[in-house]
Write a protein that binds this ligand. Sequence first.
Ligand SMILES: C=C1C[C@]23C[C@H]1CC[C@H]2[C@@]12CCC[C@@](C)(C(=O)O1)[C@H]2[C@@H]3C(=O)O
Ligand SMILES: O=C(O)CCC(=O)C(=O)O
Ligand SMILES: [Fe+2]
Length: 374
Amino acid sequence: MGSNIKITEVFKSHPVHIPIHKNLDFDSLHELPDSYDWIQPDSFPSSSLSNNHLSDSIPLIDLSLPNAPQLIGNAFRTWGAFQVINHGVPISLLHSIESSANSLFSLPPPHKLKAARPSDGISGYGLVRISSFFPKRMWSEGFTIVGSPLEHFRKLWPHDYTRYCDIVEEYDREMKSLCGRLMWVALGELGITREDVNWAGPNGDFKTSNAATQLNSYPVCPDPDRAMGLGAHTDTSLLTIVYQNNTRGLQVLREGNRWVTVEPVPGALVVQVGDLLHILTNGLYPSPVHQAVVNRTRKRLSVAYVFGPPESAEISPLKKLLGPTQPPLYRTVTWTEYLRKKAEHFNNALSSVRLCAPLTGLLDVNDHSQVKVG
Ligand SMILES: C=C1C[C@]23C[C@H]1CC[C@H]2[C@@]12CCC[C@@](C)(C(=O)O1)[C@H]2[C@@H]3C(=O)O
Ligand SMILES: O=C(O)CCC(=O)C(=O)O
Ligand SMILES: [Fe+2]
């Protein structure tokens, strides 16, 4: 407990060994190779294909309105997610990060591999980390940034890497500040105040917090109904903020039985609860299972800002949320410890730190062991 291991060192003990050299030249694939064929008999129907109720989508919240806090509390309780507008992040910055990601993924495959993520590392270009838990390959490529991207960017763009570094740095600043703001709003709705969260820093600005910026690219796919962009998972974060381009693909699992598409809204950001906020709120804000699907005609891009606590922070259900009928449901973990749990147990990581079964006897919508992922 209380290990102060740097986030960047966390996967040294859990390397991922999937060769990427021949797997990531999507433009050369005009038919879906068997290694990418996900069709399985027991997958949930995608609600975009079945009768989709109009009201069945995550809420869209205007952060500048006075009732935004209540709406956010409700959205997190029922969906674990919402979309936000008037969030204060300049739209020009969203476009800059989008075009940086575009420029990165458009580089020739051998060039991108110069910035490949080492098998036991956290940062760099490659398959999304959770790939090893799925029997089939995902139709996507990613670039993970934790700390400074300078060394990798220098290899990708020897002449103008500083411009790209500046964009990532500003993105990090803006997202961190939005996450801090949203954390206090969401926790405030549960009656939590700054004194209750000692690791948020003296000004409650989460200055020592950690984050990963994950750029995701989903190329057009010759057989999208059989393929998967990013398999079903939850994030380990406190909060994740997703920027998606104008192409559908992100889906959230609703009530454990149907996929609901998060419709792209220009300038909006998707905010999701991560497993650590789920633990901190003793399950009051569930971390939603989500996935990304692909399509035949438009390449899709997303940028996920995965925001978590400082290395030293011990995350456990907040005392104020506990009582005789609300026992703590999870044991204490640091982000580092929990990332390791995820690396070992993947979608059963949350259950692996669970202390007791739900008292209600109701199906826990966020019991990830219920989710068939492959
Ligand atoms: C600090 C983090 C958080 C990570 C691992 C590591 C770096 C990259 C993050 C993501 C980003 C993409 C989804 C996810 C599930 C993945 O595979 O890589 C995330 C994961 C997590 O939320 O656990
Ligand atoms: O592509 C998306 O919209 C979702 C990405 C995601 O879930 C992630 O990077 O964790
Ligand atoms: Fe995610």
